[in-house]
Design a protein around this ligand. Structure first.
Ligand code: SF4
Ligand code: SF4
Length: 362
């Protein structure tokens, strides 16, 4: 699911990018469209997100050239090392309309249509030939896709691991019997990662809307009580430290008897914030040395995402979970075509993947 962001912990992360320049007019239009979509959605949050990024607007000259930054320095890029994880976006429709959903999901947004089980199967064949071991599913809410259980079964029956990002609300709960059967057959090869945006109801509902806390928590408890392999995706409020957040989640999990170790970064993944309209430094080739990071640590070194955009005849491969719409981050029709290196030419590359709150100015 959208912030049901799709990273995993290489550094605390394992899961979105767009064409050429992020021009301000386009991002403003998107912001308006998202706001309109939200106001049309029942139970959508009415105010600004408590997790919003406070920064100046992104200057239009930034992220406009895949090779060079606005200052004329060489832009960093990431080669594909191995395709460890292949993500499928199951479709953008969602039962919620969260305030900062990076993929702009809502009950009405079908910009990414429901992907079909046969298309998934074809990509699974190709991924297995490339040595992929893990398949991720994100949305929207994956359990809203009518073909989702079939593709999940197909994945697990092949001996692959599956990671499903869900809000654990009604769309998932409708499939309890089928999920219990999958757990019986495949055990811990199926992991469901539930987005609980904050360890407080006010933080969570500020982002996800009223009446989203109890059902989400109940879904997480159901998974826990029934022995599923589970993880939780959370966020930090402005000024909240990582340690304080983990303590907060630990108290919640203990009080609710939820089997998640809040101090294990694989089980409680805390994500940095994203906002493509806000200013952020561009990543140059020198940043790797300054930050002590390697291109191999970045999500697009080991993963790709398959999306089926509305109006396109077939699914296509995007660089990552974070940039599904931008044609500049479309890699082709097959995984083989999608194996070339990725220029870090999007604000998400900088704010979310490389900097994650750090700075790379010398
Ligand atoms: S629950 Fe739905 S609207 Fe909220 S972040 Fe996830 S995909 Fe987006
Ligand atoms: S660096 Fe950019 S392209 Fe690579 S995973 Fe991150 S957002 Fe996606």
């Amino acid at each position: 699911m959208g912030t049901d962001r799709v990273w995993q912990p290489a550094q605390e992360i394992r899961g979105l990018c767009r064409e050429n320049a992020p021009d301000v007019q386009l991002t403003e239009t998107r912001t308006q469209t998202r706001a309109q979509s939200r106001t049309q959605s029942r139970n959508a949050p009415q105010g600004p997100s408590p997790f919003r990024v406070e920064a100046e607007a992104l200057p239009s000259e930034k992220f406009s050239d895949p090779q060079l930054t606005a200052k004329g320095e060489r832009r960093a890029s990431v080669p594909l090392k191995t395709l460890e994880t292949l993500w499928f976006n199951t479709g953008t429709l969602c039962n919620l309309a969260c305030a900062t959903c990076y993929i702009e999901s809502s009950p009405t947004n079908d910009a990414l249509i429901y992907i079909g089980a046969e298309d998934v199967s074809r990509f699974l064949d190709e991924a297995q030939n490339m040595g992929t071991r893990e398949i991720g599913f994100t949305g929207g809410e994956p359990f809203m896709n009518p073909h989702f259980l079939a593709m999940l079964d197909d994945t697990l029956a092949r001996g692959l691991e599956a990671l499903v990002l869900s809000n654990a609300m009604k769309p998932m709960r409708r499939h309890e019997a089928a999920l219990l059967e999958l757990r019986e057959r495949y055990g811990d090869r199926l992991t469901i990662r539930v987005s609980l945006d904050h360890h407080t109801q006010a933080g969570h509902e500020g982002e996800r809307g009223p009446r989203s806390w109890e059902p989400g928590l109940a879904g997480l408890k159901w998974l826990s009580e029934n022995g599923f392999s589970i993880a939780v995706a959370g966020r930090l409020l402005p000024g909240e430290g990582m340690g304080d957040a983990r303590e907060g989640y630990a108290r919640l999990f203990a009080a609710e008897n939820i089997r998640v170790d809040a101090h294990d970064p694989m089980r409680l993944v805390l994500f940095p914030e994203m906002d493509e309209t806000k200013d952020i430094a561009e990543i140059t080739t020198d940043c790797w040395g300054i930050l002590g990071k390697s291109p191999a640590d970045i999500m697009c070194a080991t993963s790709r995402m398959v999306v089926h955009r509305k109006g396109e005849p077939a699914p296509r491969v995007a660089t990552c979970t974070l940039i599904p719409y931008d044609k500049g981050f479309d890699m082709g029709e097959t995984l083989a075509e999608a194996s070339s290196e990725v220029a870090l030419n999007h604000p998400h590359c900088a704010r979310f993947c490389v900097l994650g709150g750090a700075s790379c100015s010398a």
